[in-house]
Write a protein that binds this ligand. Structure first.
Ligand SMILES: [Zn+2]
Length: 282
């Protein structure tokens, strides 16, 4: 009898221990009042296209559906390196079109190795395939920006489509376990009156473009970035190729001889509710 009671106690204890992680999960701060069931995206398909057929039946969703998450994220812009770019020589390295299974972790490793920070503008429809990479990027103190859901040309979209591209990506970030982003970078840098009035965050462009996506030579990419970059530069690159990854191993330590490599939220003194176009700090 005693043995049975002890056995039951042990069983209950084991159950309680097993349940702890789930209880902890339930206690996590809820980032959003997002009704995911209203989304008709199959989030497990990384190549899901947002505008085919009835994939987006609710085209009238507004940014307000993000509710508390969006407000929370605006209020929690992080200072990641405590650098005052009005006093220090800062450069912001930015990386577009991830998360990329192969190259984003390598770029993160290199940034880590040199204690440098960067800003990653991610594509919404690639998030659900690699949520752990997005969480790692956030955890390691880098900025995560919204780079649209499917990388279209924004001058060919209606305001409703622009809104969907933006909101769907914000929601995918929250689903991946990071705050919705406080900044946006339009694909190809294309912005219109409609996109500027529809998207409620600053739009972060660049003033150094080494066209790394079209670059075959590591030497040439390194040379381009080092020659063009100066205090206040925002450099656009892509965490999608071996050429960029290899070039970064030389670019970062070389730039660090004269500059701090910071996130965009370190470089610009952005306030919640700010809008506008940002190219660099002059
Ligand atoms: Zn892009």
């Amino acid at each position: 009898m005693q043995y049975t009671i002890l056995g039951r106690l042990q069983f209950i204890t084991i159950l309680a221990v097993l349940a702890l992680p789930f209880a902890a999960l339930l206690n996590q701060p809820v980032h959003a009042e997002v009704n995911f069931s209203s989304l008709a995206i199959d989030d497990n398909k990384p190549n899901a296209q947002p505008y085919e057929g009835a994939i987006f039946p609710d085209v009238n969703r507004s940014i307000n559906t993000l509710g508390d998450s969006f407000i929370d994220s605006l209020n929690s812009v992080r200072t990641t390196s405590n650098v005052d770019c009005s006093l220090e020589n800062c450069i912001a390295l930015t990386f577009d079109d991830g998360p990329n299974q192969l190259y984003t972790p390598q770029v993160l490793d290199i940034l880590n190795q040199y204690q440098a920070y960067g800003s990653f503008f991610i594509i919404g429809n690639r998030i659900s395939a690699h949520p752990e990479i997005v969480r790692r990027t956030y955890r390691e103190g880098h900025d995560i920006g919204n780079h649209s859901w499917s990388h279209p040309m924004f001058d060919e979209l209606s305001p409703e489509q622009i809104n969907n591209e933006y909101v769907s990506t914000q929601e995918a970030m929250v689903r991946a376990g990071v705050p919705a982003s406080t900044m946006f970078r339009p694909p190809y840098g294309i912005h219109t009156a409609a996109s500027l009035s529809t998207i409620p965050t600053p739009q972060m462009l660049w003033n150094v473009d080494p066209r790394d996506w079209n670059e075959k030579s590591v030497d040439s990419l390194v040379q381009h970035v080092l020659q063009e970059s100066h205090r206040g530069s925002v450099v656009v690159m892509h965490d999608t190729s071996i050429v960029t990854t290899e070039a970064l191993k030389r670019i970062i330590p070389e730039l660090q001889k004269n500059y701090k490599l910071v996130t965009l939220s370190d470089m610009f003194d952005l306030e919640p509710g700010d809008r506008g176009l940002y190219y660099g700090l002059q």
